[in-house]
Ligand binder design. Structure first.
Ligand code: HH2
Length: 257
């Protein structure tokens, strides 16, 4: 899954693809480089990010979704707002990536059910403004697994077909360094839920906490964590840097046989 951020303030690529033409060209390039899904987002979820109005989020994302879907690409919309998700599905997206797992706008469940769309449910403790202040868990993997099990039930109750539901531990969302590392180390335990796993480690700050690197210097850490996640059973890797990761995954797959 390649990331297409149509935002001025995303933590690693904010402002680079704010114009629709730039975002569309970037998405097409990611697809060329091997991305099978293009994840279009119009609001940053980084800690402390400003909230964006529904109108502005639709204005940013809709033309990009429309063009990329029109080119034949599979597009997901990274949003927690019903109106943004609706506009994106109308424009040709087929997956909703909801980082609040239906807690922001629960009606996204019925929308996905209605349209036969895929739905990604991600774990987050707290909300983006405050989530990194002091995250706490009894046992981070057990807590995330219980949360995701409960959100899968909520999606099923809204009518979403089970085979269209994907789950994501939400690396960096209300987690300190140890929480992120433990979730990755024990990722296989989330497979007990029986749903495909999406994992996003790309350029995230846990990598910088290990070596002091800035966001654009974290490709090595992104590859190491993504290859490890794939070996532990991740089905979708959400990343910014496609060619490097695609090569790493090909080599890892060849070794594992
Ligand atoms: N991470 C980000 C955004 N959306 N969605 C899922 N399912 N999983 C993730 O790990 C995830 C996500 C954060 O990355 P990015 O989009 O690059 O940054 P920002 O939120 O600042 O735009």
């Amino acid at each position: 899954m390649g990331v297409v951020n149509v935002t001025p303030d995303s933590f690693s690529d904010g402002g680079l693809y704010l114009e629709p033409e730039a975002a569309i060209a970037h998405g097409a390039e990611l697809a060329d480089e091997g991305a099978e899904i293009l994840d279009v987002g119009g609001e940053s979820t980084r800690p402390g990010a400003d909230e964006v109005s529904v109108e502005e989020e639709v204005r940013r994302t809709e033309p990009v979704v429309s063009d990329l879907a029109g080119l034949g690409h599979t597009v997901s919309i990274d949003t927690s707002k019903l109106a943004v998700a609706t506009a994106a599905l109308d424009a040709g997206a087929t997956i909703v990536n909801d980082v609040t797992a239906l807690r922001g706008d629960p009606e996204i469940g019925a929308l996905c059910a209605d349209r036969g769309a895929g739905l990604i449910l991600m774990h987050m403790q707290g909300d983006p403004r405050t989530m990194q202040e002091d995250p706490r868990y009894e046992d981070v993997v057990d807590d995330v697994r219980a949360f995701l099990a409960e959100r899968v039930e909520a999606a099923l109750a809204a009518g979403v077909a089970e085979e269209r539901i994907w789950i994501d531990p939400g690396i960096g969302f209300g987690k300190n360094l140890d929480h992120n590392l433990e979730l990755l180390r024990r990722l296989g335990e989330l497979r007990q839920l029986g749903r495909p796993l999406v994992v996003g480690t790309s350029r995230k700050s846990f990598i910088g906490k290990l070596d002091g690197s800035a966001a654009e210097e974290r490709i090595g850490g992104t590859i190491a964590s993504s290859v490890y996640a794939a070996a532990e059973g991740a089905d979708v890797l959400r990343v910014h840097d496609l060619p490097e990761l695609a090569q790493a995954l090909r080599v890892a797959a060849a070794i594992l046989g």
